[in-house]
Design a binder for this molecule. Structure first.
Ligand SMILES: Nc1ncnc2c1ncn2[C@@H]1O[C@H](COP(=O)(O)OP(=O)(O)OP(=O)(O)O)[C@@H](O)[C@H]1O
Length: 271
C-alpha cells in the first residue's frame, strides 16, 4: 500500500542552474519510521531536505500517501511536511512560548483547522513539556543559548504535528542528555502518530541507534541504504568519509562505530 509511504523518485535540484542532486531515488519510507540522512559536509543533505520541503525548485517525484507533492504551492506543501532548518532566525523579539504558539497558529493544523486560542496554548505548552523546555517558556528567543535555540526550533516543528518531519541536524548543539532526549522523542512521536521522520545527522552512533533506516549520501548521490548495520560498514565509511573504521555490536546489541584514522587518498576505495 502506498497510503502510508513517502516515495522519492528521480529528484533533481540545485542552485542557479548548477545541479547538486541528480535523479535521486530514496528507499520508500513508511509511516511511523525514523530514517537518517548521513554524509560529509557539502554532500547535499540540506539541499535535499529543502527540496523535499518544497522550499526550493525540484523536478521528479515526491509522493506522500500516493499524492504528488512536487509542483504544489509552499502552503500546500506545508500541510504535509514540516522542515526544521539548522538554525533559528536571529533578531525575533518573542518569548519561547509565543514563538511556539505562533508556529502552530500559522500552520494548517492551527487556526485554519479551527483550533481555538485555548487549545493552541495547551498544545504549545504540552510540546514545551515533551521537549523539556517548560522552564524557558517566558524567556526571550534572543537570550537563549545555542542548544536551547535548537530545542525551541524542534518545539516549533513538533507543535504542527506534521505527517512528515524533516530535521536538519537537530542535535548538533545539544549536550549528551538532550541529544538522547530529542532522538528518543522523535522516535516516540513517529511511533505514536505514524509520523515519518527524516533526520540529517553527523553523529553516526545516534543515527545507528535511533533509525529504522539509513541513507548514506555523498556528492548528491545515495551511496548506501538499509538498516543501520547494512548501510554503516567499514567499506562505506572508508568510501564516503575517507576514514579507517570498525563496527561491532555491543553487549546491548547496539551498533558501535570506532574510527581509527584518516585514510590516505590512495587507500580510499572507489565505488
Ligand atoms: N544557497 C546556495 N547557493 C548556492 N549553492 C549552495 C547553496 N546552499 C548550498 N549550496 C551548495 O550545495 C552543495 C550542497 O550543500 P548542502 O548545504 O546541501 O550540503 P550538506 O550536505 O547539508 O552539508 P553540511 O553537512 O555541511 O551541512 C554545496 O556544494 C554548497 O556549496
Amino acid at each position: 500500500m502506498a497510503d502510508d509511504l513517502l516515495q522519492v523518485r528521480d529528484l533533481s535540484t540545485g542552485y542557479h542552474g548548477r545541479e547538486i542532486i541528480h535523479k535521486l531515488v530514496l528507499p520508500d519510507i513508511r509511516a511511523g519510521e525514523v530514517h537518517s540522512l548521513v554524509g560529509p559536509n557539502g554532500a547535499g543533505k540540506s539541499t535535499l531536505m529543502r527540496a523535499l520541503a518544497g522550499l526550493q525548485r525540484a523536478t521528479g517525484s515526491v509522493k506522500l500517501g500516493g499524492r504528488e507533492l512536487i509542483g504544489l504551492s509552499l502552503a500546500e506543501h506545508a500541510r504535509h511536511i514540516t522542515y526544521m532548518p539548522q538554525t533559528l532566525p536571529q533578531g525575533v523579539a518573542l518569548t519561547v512560548l509565543e514563538s511556539v504558539i505562533g508556529a502552530l497558529r500559522a500552520s494548517p493544523t492551527g487556526e485554519d483547522a479551527g483550533l481555538g486560542e485555548k487549545a493552541i496554548e495547551r498544545r504549545s505548552l504540552e510540546v514545551l513539556q515533551r521537549v523539556g523546555i517548560t522552564h524557558l517558556a517566558l524567556n526571550g528567543l534572543d537570550q537563549l543559548s545555542g542548544g536551547q535555540r535548537q530545542l525551541v526550533s524542534l518545539a516549533q516543528s513538533l507543535v504542527r504535528e506534521p505527517r512528515v518531519l524533516l530535521l536538519d541536524e537537530p542535535i548538533s548543539a545539544l549536550d549528551l542528555q538532550h541529544q538522547l532526549r530529542v532522538m528518543q522523542l522523535v522516535h516516540e512521536l513517529a511511533r505514536e502518530r505514524g509520523m515519518i521522520a527524516l533526520v540529517v545527522l553527523h553523529d553516526l552512533q545516534a543515527a545507528a541507534r535511533w533509525s529504522d533506516g539509513i541513507v548514506m549520501f555523498s556528492k548528491g548521490a545515495v551511496v548506501a541504504t538499509g538498516k543501520p548495520a547494512e548501510a554503516i560498514t567499514p567499506h562505506t565509511l572508508a568510501r564516503v568519509y575517507g576514514v579507517r573504521a570498525r563496527t561491532e555490536h555491543c553487549s546491548h546489541g547496539m551498533l558501535q562505530i570506532m574510527v581509527d584514522g584518516v585514510l590516505r587518498p590512495d587507500e580510499v576505495p572507489a565505488a
